[in-house]
Design a protein around this ligand. Structure first.
Ligand code: IPE
Ligand code: IPE
Ligand code: MG
Length: 255
């Protein structure tokens, strides 16, 4: 008799899931609605994803919400996104806080209006003590910005004597990157069918498993996420070793 297929609740889940939430515009255009309608609908998928991570015990979730290049979009779309961020901060923070979610914004926040920036800082401050889930939201974020920022912070630390060794290497530079205090990203998912990174996490994706799916972001639900986790669980993570070596190790990234 064939054994029962393992239920998805039993398969190995990632510790840190990073998602490029792409496809909102096309989702709306297919319905002959303005692109901003797709961004609003995308919030439901975002809520479902947070709930999913809480349920599955995935400790860190990093979401790409607005890239450093998205300022290049038409002013009305950028304006609609900023309004959406403001409203979402008003509406969602208390509930997320109630669920023990720690909210962290990563990216260059200085480009946002004072109102928006202050609300982001307040949300981070309010949820600082929470431990059920790290929800990192990348806004005005670019992987290249993150690398330049880490270099700038490291240079400042060397100049003021906090970092004794001026010979920077991977280990001494790592703490200056966004998400440094969280486990490495082990699963990257991009929705919407495009197979590119679009300047999302560059340093942090070094050994992530990459999963690209055609589903547009507003259509993402628990079943779609289950599919991504199953795909992740099927991957053999070798980190440079051979398959035979991996069979006797833990499958964790070597430190
Ligand atoms: C992703 O959806 C959301 C943001 C970039 C803010 P898009 O708006 O890029 O949707 P498509 O790719 O045009 O369908
Ligand atoms: C990446 O999607 C950014 C976000 C999802 C926030 P884009 O839609 O901006 O990426 P490109 O332009 O297709 O590369
Ligand atoms: Mg897009």
């Amino acid at each position: 008799m064939n054994p029962e297929p393992a239920s998805v609740a039993c398969v190995r889940a990632p510790k840190h899931l990073a998602i490029v939430m792409d496809g909102n515009g096309r989702w709306a255009e297919r319905r002959h609605r303005p692109r901003s309608f797709g961004h609003r609908e995308g919030q439901k998928a975002l809520r479902a994803t947070v709930e999913y991570c809480l349920r599955r015990g995935i400790g860190s979730l990093t979401l790409f919400a607005f890239s450093s290049e998205n300022w290049l979009r038409p002013a009305d779309e950028v304006g609609a996104l900023m309004q959406l961020f403001l409203k979402a901060l008003d509406r969602e923070v208390d509930e997320l806080h109630g669920h023990g979610v720690r909210i962290e914004f990563i990216g260059d926040l200085s480009a946002f209006s004072t109102e928006l920036r202050e609300r982001m800082l307040r949300a981070m401050e309010k949820t600082r003590g929470n431990r059920a889930l790290f929800a990192n939201v990348a806004v005005n974020y670019g992987g290249r910005w993150d690398i330049a920022n880490a270099a700038r912070l490291a240079a400042a630390a060397i100049a003021n004597g906090e970092l004794a060794d001026a010979n920077l290497d991977e280990k001494s530079l790592a703490p200056f990157f966004a998400l440094a205090s969280q486990p490495p990203v082990d699963l990257f998912v991009r929705t919407g069918g495009e197979m590119r990174i679009s300047n999302f996490l560059l340093w942090q994706l070094a050994y992530a498993e990459l999963v690209f799916i055609d589903t547009l972001w507003p259509d993402v639900d628990a079943a779609v996420l289950d599919g991504c986790i199953e795909e992740f669980a099927r991957r053999e993570r070798r980190f440079g070793r051979t398959s035979a070596q991996v069979a006797i190790t833990t499958g964790q990234e070597p430190t």
